[in-house]
Design a protein around this ligand. Sequence first.
Ligand code: MTE
Ligand code: MO
Length: 474
Amino acid sequence: MGGLTEETPMGLFIVRHEHRADHCPATDPAMGALLLNHLSRVNTRRHGIDIHGEAVAQGAHALYMIVSADAEDRVRHFLEPFARAGTVEVLPASTCAGVVASGGCAALPVTDPGTPAADPEEVCQDAMEAGLVVHRAHPLNGETSIPALLGGVVMPNAHFYVRNHFQIPLLDPSAWRLEVVGRVERPLRLTLGELRAYRSQSTVVTMECAGNGRFLLDPAVPGEQWRHGAVSTAEWTGVPLAEVLDRVGVGTGAREVVFRGADHGTVDGRADPIRFERSLALDVVREAGVLLAYAMNGEPIPRRHGYPVRLVVPDWYGVASVKWLTEIELTDRPFEGYFQTEKYRYEWNGADRPRSEPVTLQRVRALITDPAPDDEVDPGELTVRGVAWSGAAAIDRVEVSIDARPWQEARLVGERRRHSWQWWELRTRLEATGAVSLRARATDLAGRSQPERPEWNRLGYGNNAIQEVLVTAR
Ligand SMILES: Nc1nc2c(c(=O)[nH]1)N[C@H]1C(S)=C(S)[C@@H](COP(=O)(O)O)O[C@H]1N2
Ligand SMILES: [Mo]
């Protein structure tokens, strides 16, 4: 093993030291002090190791440590004083995130030789530390825990849900280019600096995964078992796609715009790896206020959310908002990519033949953020709060029903918003004690509301059934 360089990956080790009861070094004050100095930050840094935790099992004369170092030899060298006092075992180890992300204790770490991609272990560890509820470690999929929604209109980037189909690509911002090709009059190739020089716009947008709430479908359907947290809101800043289209000039016969992400991998039923690609009709692109976003809540878009540039399609289910965008192609025919034609479609078993429809606008929905499921609340005054949104129109009203009693209208908080969710609250009274059911139902200005029960479809999309939160009053 070479010397300690900046690129040397650090290994994780578990150390176990034991000594005989009648040879406990800690009983001798001088020896004890020596050991403590040996374990000091100054000394461990000198040895090129980092101690994450150490503890002595009480009465067992056994010491355990979790350390990292670039090589096992370094750890052994550091442990020489302990070896003189008894036995030393050094076990190469992984974090739980590393083990789960690579598919088990016996598996080798995941690597994809094709593209530089983010380290799955690191990506997963970050998500856990941010408090996301992880559904799958690799590729990372995690939802926002509902209490984390509480607060302002937008939420911190760290808490924004993550939906990935492939590994997160590591794109170098200086090498990144956005190609605009196909049925255009003047094809274009933009650097990040050139894109940022265009007129920018900021929009607060609520993004929801079409699979949000899938766990409630009966019979169960395959796919990530999202609860209610595959939805978040951020302020996105970027260039209106319409500006770039004006610049290239839409060519004759152009009908659709295809967006390509830099991420890729294999999927069921296809032999060759594919990229993440989606299309939108040209008229949708013009009307929807689509952004080529480079900032999220005022910061560069984090890696897992599409750095350096992603599409943001307000009001549409998240799948339309292609991350790690590198190519835009105008075409004269309907796009038939995997994520367009085989996934992200509502499919029902029709009377005589199966029917299918693409997933488009987010369906109207209210979420209760407070109280949380299984909370204990005091009888008497109760405030129920939450958010509500709809892709088709602004929210008209939110109503709450307690224990299936008549609906009470909640107050909408702040101004009416078009592309982002709306906070609402209801101050009410709880007369009874014991188990209490709280339900919230939103209606938008287009007159759409929520169904009582999830509407089943084969791939489990668009479940906007009225949410029920059960709490206990005592
Ligand atoms: N390139 C790329 N873009 C993507 C995806 C993806 O896997 N790859 N997932 C889509 C889906 S299904 C959703 S719901 C949103 C999620 O965005 P987020 O991870 O920033 O929350 O990104 C969309 N864009
Ligand atoms: Mo999604």
